[in-house]
Structures are given as structure tokens and as C-alpha cells.
Design a protein around this ligand. Sequence first.
Ligand SMILES: *[C@@H]1O[C@H](CO)[C@@H](O)[C@H](O)[C@H]1NC(C)=O
Ligand SMILES: *[C@@H]1O[C@H](CO)[C@@H](O)[C@H](O)[C@H]1NC(C)=O
Ligand SMILES: *[C@@H]1O[C@H](CO)[C@@H](O)[C@H](O)[C@H]1NC(C)=O
Ligand SMILES: *[C@@H]1O[C@H](CO)[C@@H](O)[C@H](O)[C@H]1NC(C)=O
Ligand SMILES: *[C@@H]1O[C@H](CO)[C@@H](O)[C@H](O)[C@H]1NC(C)=O
Ligand SMILES: *[C@@H]1O[C@H](CO)[C@@H](O)[C@H](O)[C@H]1NC(C)=O
Ligand SMILES: *[C@@H]1O[C@H](CO)[C@@H](O)[C@H](O)[C@H]1NC(C)=O
Ligand SMILES: *[C@@H]1O[C@H](CO)[C@@H](O)[C@H](O)[C@H]1NC(C)=O
Ligand SMILES: *[C@@H]1O[C@H](CO)[C@@H](O)[C@H](O)[C@H]1NC(C)=O
Ligand SMILES: *[C@@H]1O[C@H](CO)[C@@H](O)[C@H](O)[C@H]1NC(C)=O
Length: 350
Amino acid sequence: MEINSQYCTCLQQLLLVAVALAASAETPRATAQAMPGCPDLCGGLSIPFPFGTKEGCYLNKDFLITCNASNNYEAFLGETNIQVLNVSVEGQLRISSSPAYDCYNSFGNVTKSITSGLTLPKFPLSYTENKFTAVGCDTDTIIQGWHAQDYATGCISYCGEFGDVVNGSCIGMGCCQTFIPKEVLEFDVSVYSFFNHAYVWDFNPCSFAFVVEANAYNFSTLDLVDLRNETKFPVVLDWAIGNETCNDARKNQETYACKDNNSICYDSDNGPGYRCNCSEGYWGNPYLVNGCKDVNECEIPNLNKCTNICWNTVGNYTCSCPKGYHGDGRSDGTGCSSTTKTSIGVITGN
Ligand SMILES: *[C@@H]1O[C@H](CO)[C@@H](O)[C@H](O)[C@H]1NC(C)=O
Ligand SMILES: *[C@@H]1O[C@H](CO)[C@@H](O)[C@H](O)[C@H]1NC(C)=O
Ligand SMILES: *[C@@H]1O[C@H](CO)[C@@H](O)[C@H](O)[C@H]1NC(C)=O
Ligand SMILES: *[C@@H]1O[C@H](CO)[C@@H](O)[C@H](O)[C@H]1NC(C)=O
Ligand SMILES: *[C@@H]1O[C@H](CO)[C@@H](O)[C@H](O)[C@H]1NC(C)=O
Ligand SMILES: *[C@@H]1O[C@H](CO)[C@@H](O)[C@H](O)[C@H]1NC(C)=O
Ligand SMILES: *[C@@H]1O[C@H](CO)[C@@H](O)[C@H](O)[C@H]1NC(C)=O
Ligand SMILES: *[C@@H]1O[C@H](CO)[C@@H](O)[C@H](O)[C@H]1NC(C)=O
Ligand SMILES: *[C@@H]1O[C@H](CO)[C@@H](O)[C@H](O)[C@H]1NC(C)=O
Ligand SMILES: *[C@@H]1O[C@H](CO)[C@@H](O)[C@H](O)[C@H]1NC(C)=O
């Protein structure tokens, strides 16, 4: 029994090493894939195709990232002054946006009032990743837009006592949040107060409002005192190719952006256009010819269900059992059992 299981793991390890050495597949890495011959970085920011920083490196003008080397490698969306923080080949783009705020003195006079907003050229705000957020205890805020579609939403937060506010919880006391609708290409944020912060001024002289990637902002009670140094918040955009559906785009293979044969197309659910994905068993950049590489499932424990021996194949993998064992070698199947042990089992069972 003991000897058997040791033999089994040892053989399994040897075979895994042999398979790993023989396989030409690559393990997924978080590197960008730019168009061959094009820069794939702007400072520390990786820029995967369809995005690019130079003519001939991006799919079309929608995907231009302006990389300003003389400005500490800051990246901007197209020809706008919207700063790009991160680009993912999976269809999202992180930008930075500043808050709107409204500050009062102890006499109830406005000392500073800043509105904020963005007009995006093509890619809408992600309605799943972002929240409209307001911070303050005498705070009435609105976010609205007219371009592409008319909409307005907002939230109100009022609190009488600092002690009532729960640190870390944006649940309507000192901090409130609401959803962003789909297909928002433009927004303007305004901040108002009911009593000019007169009753809360000693702990909350300002109100703030901003769109933010929900996971990137945790409300702290200290933010009631001052959030003015927080000048930038990350915001997620959903990008997509063109304005057609997959079915229409596929009709013109010249312009169809899912270039790799092992890729699939899916329609954006936030505005027009489509995106591509490497098919199951592949990873990489589906927008480039040969951009989707075989995944070596055998090297990644949670990607394969082999109990003993794993063989990588192109686009998939197979499992098998060592000599003297039978079964399909899969944890979701029959696994591997010793031929002799089973026959003994069968005999005793009888
Ligand atoms: C790059 O940044 C510098 C310094 O802020 C600025 O003067 C220059 O106009 C920028 N160049 C481009 C192409 O935006
Ligand atoms: C961009 O996002 C990826 C994945 O979410 C993350 O690993 C990386 O650190 C981010 N880069 C920057 C500059 O934020
Ligand atoms: C505040 O506003 C009132 C009325 O508008 C004005 O009389 C007063 O001088 C202002 N005080 C300050 C400190 O600005
Ligand atoms: C917000 O809080 C959660 C849970 O406490 C934590 O995991 C996360 O890293 C925090 N995010 C930020 C941006 O501080
Ligand atoms: C609120 O929580 C943050 C971290 O989540 C912490 O840094 C801060 O000190 C806390 N504030 C108070 C007043 O406890
Ligand atoms: C904000 O910045 C100013 C000046 O840079 C500083 O005096 C102040 O203490 C900062 N406030 C917070 C809450 O960090
Ligand atoms: C779709 O995009 C093409 C090319 O950018 C443009 O010429 C066309 O007007 C767009 N169609 C619609 C319905 O927006
Ligand atoms: C992709 O498929 C097309 C059409 O089936 C074929 O002509 C082409 O050679 C394939 N490309 C690769 C890299 O396999
Ligand atoms: C794209 O492929 C990845 C990896 O196979 C998968 O996790 C993801 O759900 C796919 N996305 C869509 C929209 O099909
Ligand atoms: C991989 O192989 C398994 C078992 O043969 C099969 O069920 C599965 O559909 C295959 N997956 C792909 C993506 O071809």
C-alpha cells in the first residue's frame, strides 16, 4: 500500500516534468501583447492591441493612447486629457477622474465649489464596476448627462452627529452610493447642501461627489473632515470594437477584429460594438493573428482534473493512469485504481 502510493507520486512527478519539458505551450502571464514591432509599454503601463501609441499600432483612432514620455510617461485616452491608468485586453480601461466638492466656512459661506465631469469619446462607463459616491453629512448630489442619452440620478446623505457615522460603510450616513446607468458617455456632477453645513461644520465642512470603481474606494470617517487631497479616483470604462454586432462584423473578414482562429466574438452589453475572447483552452490576445496561445493545463493544478498523469494537448489536455492502474484518471471521473486492488475488492465482494 505505502510502497504503491509512493511509487505512484514519484512516477507522476517524473511524467509531469517530462510533459512540462516537452510541451511548447506557455503559461498565462500578465504581459500585454502589442502589435508586433510596436511599443507595448507607456512607462509602467502595458498597452495591448487593439490599443497602441503610434499610427499603425492601434486598430483605429478609438484605440489611440497618447503616451507622454516628457510628462513622466503619463498616458491619455486618444487626444483627450483623460488619464489612462490601466488597459486590459478583456475589455476594460481604467481612467482617472476628479471629485466635485462644495466647502463652507463656519459662517455658512461657500469657500470653494468645484463641479466635475467627463465627456468620453467612445467607451462608456462600466455600469457594473463603478458607483456614484457622495461623502458628507449635509449633502445632496446629482450626476447627469445629455450626450447620447438623457439621464440623472444621485443620492443624499444627512447626519446630525459624527458618532452616528459608521467607519468603512457607505450606507447613507456620511456616505451614499448609487448605480450608474448603461451607456453613459458623459456626466456632470454637482453638489448641494441643505443647511450650508451649519449644523455639522465642526466635523464636516465639505461635501464631495465622484464616480469611482466601487472596489477602489472605502469610506473612512476621516473623509468627512477632508477629502480634498484625494484629487483622483479610478473609474472603469468598457471598451468595444466598432458599432456592429458580431454577426454583422463577421461578414467582413478584412475588418473583423477577432483575428485569431481560436477566438470567439461576443456583443458588448454596454453600448454598441463587440469584443473577442480566446476560446476555452487558449489565452492571450484574440485581436492578433496567432495571439491566442495554448494553455498548458497540466502546469496549473486548478485547470486540470487529472489525479495522476496529465498530458497537454492543443486546446485541451488528457488524463491517464500509471501502469497497473485503470480508470480515466480524472477527479470528476473514475480516477485511477490499482487493477490488483480492485480485483481483490471484487473477489471479497463476492
Ligand atoms: C507632454 O507633457 C508636457 C509636459 O507636461 C507638455 O508640455 C506636452 O505638451 C505634452 N505633450 C503631448 C504630446 O501631450
Ligand atoms: C492593471 O491591472 C492589473 C490587473 O487588474 C494589475 O495587475 C496591475 O497592477 C494594474 N496596473 C496598474 C498600473 O494599475
Ligand atoms: C458671508 O455671507 C454674508 C452674506 O452673504 C456676508 O455678509 C458675509 O460677509 C460673509 N462672510 C464671509 C466671512 O465671507
Ligand atoms: C476596502 O476594504 C476591503 C475590506 O476591508 C479591503 O479588502 C480592500 O482592500 C479595501 N480597499 C481599499 C481600496 O482600501
Ligand atoms: C476608519 O477605517 C480606516 C481603514 O478602514 C482607518 O484607516 C481609519 O483610521 C478609521 N477611522 C477611524 C476614525 O477609526
Ligand atoms: C491635505 O494637503 C494639505 C497641503 O498639502 C495638508 O496641509 C493637509 O494636512 C492635507 N490633509 C489631509 C487630510 O491629508
Ligand atoms: C458605425 O461606425 C462607422 C465607422 O466608424 C460609421 O461610419 C457609421 O456611421 C457608424 N454607424 C452608426 C450607426 O453609428
Ligand atoms: C485560420 O483559418 C483560416 C480559414 O479557415 C485559414 O486560412 C488560416 O490559415 C488559419 N490560420 C491559422 C494561423 O491557422
Ligand atoms: C473569456 O474567456 C475567459 C477564459 O476562458 C473566460 O473566463 C471568460 O468568461 C470569457 N468571457 C466571455 C464573455 O466569454
Ligand atoms: C476537453 O476534453 C474534454 C474531455 O475529452 C471534453 O469534455 C471537453 O469538451 C474538451 N474541451 C474543449 C474546450 O475542447
